[in-house]
Design a protein around this ligand. Structure first.
Ligand code: 5GP
Ligand code: ZN
Length: 112
């Protein structure tokens, strides 16, 4: 999608600190980390949020979670948190589906 920050990161038009990439998924470090380890895993296909996933897109969302498992093991994350903010009042600022993966500190519940 032309005017999407994360589509531009996937295409390389905006640089990022890449962790992993395959034909369906891209993972990169968050520019403003909220934990010692904080990266984002996104589908290459533009999906607006986790509130806009169609049945045709469910495979890529499932794939994202196997990638998160693989990266968590490879990076020795230990315990970690996965977050997806869906909509502005839930904290979403970039409207391309993304899963935050946060690790390296203790997390409280409920989140703010
Ligand atoms: P959201 O607030 O939508 O849940 O998460 C968007 C995330 O994208 C934020 O954690 C923010 O720090 C990150 N972010 C925003 N712009 C950039 C960028 O240009 N590069 C990278 N690597 N992360 C970004
Ligand atoms: Zn996009």
């Amino acid at each position: 999608m032309a005017d999407c920050l994360f589509c531009k990161i996937i295409s390389g038009d905006i640089p990022s600190n890449k962790i992993y990439e395959d034909d369906k998924v891209y993972a990169f470090h968050d520019i403003d980390p909220k934990a010692p380890t904080h990266f984002l895993v996104i589908p290459k296909e533009h999906i607006v949020s986790c509130g806009e996933v169609t049945e045709e897109q469910e495979a890529v969302v499932g794939h994202i979670f196997s990638v998160i498992t693989k990266l968590a093991k490879e990076m020795n994350l230990g315990d970690f948190r996965v977050v997806s903010n869906c909509g502005e009042s839930a904290g979403q600022t970039v409207f391309h589906l993304h899963f935050h993966v946060l690790a390296g500190r203790n997390f409280t519940w409920p989140p703010g």
